[in-house]
Design a protein around this ligand. Sequence first.
Ligand code: HEC
Ligand code: HEC
Length: 369
Amino acid sequence: MFRLKRHITLFTLLSLGLLVLAVSRCKPDPKGPITGKPPHQATPYDLEVPQGFPPALVPPDNPMTVEGVRLGRHLFYEKALSGDNSMSCGSCHMQQRAFTDGKAVSKGIDGIAGRRSAMPLFNLAFEEKFFWDGRSITLEEQALIPIEDPIELNADLDTVIMRLESRALYQRLFENAFGSPEVTADRIAKAIAQFERTLISANSKFDKVMRLKDGTQFTPLEDQGRAMYFSEEGDCFHCHGAAETSYLMGAFGRDLQFANNGLKKQYEDEGRAEVTGKPSDVGKFKVPSVRNVEFTFPYMHDGSIPNLDSLVGFYNFGGHKHPNIDPNMKAAGEGRGWTPQQRNALKAFLQTFTDYEFLQDTAHSNPFQ
Ligand code: HEC
Ligand code: HEC
């Protein structure tokens, strides 16, 4: 009786929001165990959205659960996801480097160099477009791409599914997350996306001083850099404000997702134009986060800027006068003329974006180590 009641309450809850989960629960699963067990119940995952951040974007057909996140974390670090069992997502997205790989451009299992730099992974739950050119619009859709990409994990999805299905560990993890041990591409993608949404970085010194106002203070040098970043002296905030200081999102909106910052005179990799086909989008790339920038070098879509000094050097130079250069690169072709002292100040400020708690959080680390 008690169980029946619980069953009904659960069903009401599910039909309210988690429609897809409910459907898969009611449909008899031909591959599922015929044990007459009570319907599958995974534990809802309480995603803590930092104060001042916008709401997390979680698709209604992939609600986060503790078991789903656990499965996703295993899959993220699982080398069976690569053709020759040698690499995982974590090989190119390393936690201690804010989930980048430290290389100018990434190399896949066959050692073939791609043309782009691995992107840092955090605060993805608040983003709407993925990849340097924004060609993916959900994390679920994105997750399967590197598995099959010949210059990344270069695996065949059916092989990956067979490998996972043959392992007791994954039979258990899939059963706990989705109610049956069946492995499907859709479930792999959903679980990885759930794990990725838990990667939230919001505890840098910058957050403590500016967002949380907990009494932490910038040094005079950092504060000088902050003034440059948030004024016409540096103009950084026009483009990176929205991505970094999520509490400013309301003010700036999300329209500046892609920009041409004059990195090149000519773009071989055309960036956003490869998706939209518009000549005016040539050289536009996703405006990357400057959070944890101390550890995401080398910088830019092609990894052409090796360290923070050269990064500040590039913005001091002002960028190349490409026809599509954004008007906020106001010193293009002329340079900003910052003194060495000013450059140091901007660098010191950028280092306040480092979130050591995030870089060391064991909830995000490799579960196989
Ligand atoms: C060989 C190195 C490599 C591997 C392996 C790899 N990635 Fe990536 N990742 C990259 C590169 C390079 C990019 C940028 C590609 C582009 O823009 O075309 C990227 C971009 C991303 C992005 C977009 C982030 C953003 O802010 O837009 C996500 C999410 C991501 N990877 C997740 C994954 C997942 C999940 C896996 C495993 C299934 C994985 N990656 C495996 C190199 C790799
Ligand atoms: C017009 C918009 C715009 C302005 C202004 C701007 N940026 Fe950028 N920034 C971008 C874009 C777009 C990229 C990526 C370009 C690419 O990869 O080709 C980028 C890349 C970066 C990166 C590399 C991040 C990574 O992980 O690769 C850093 C760091 C950075 N900018 C910091 C700054 C600072 C500091 C300022 C101010 C001095 C500034 N930006 C001004 C648009 C802008």
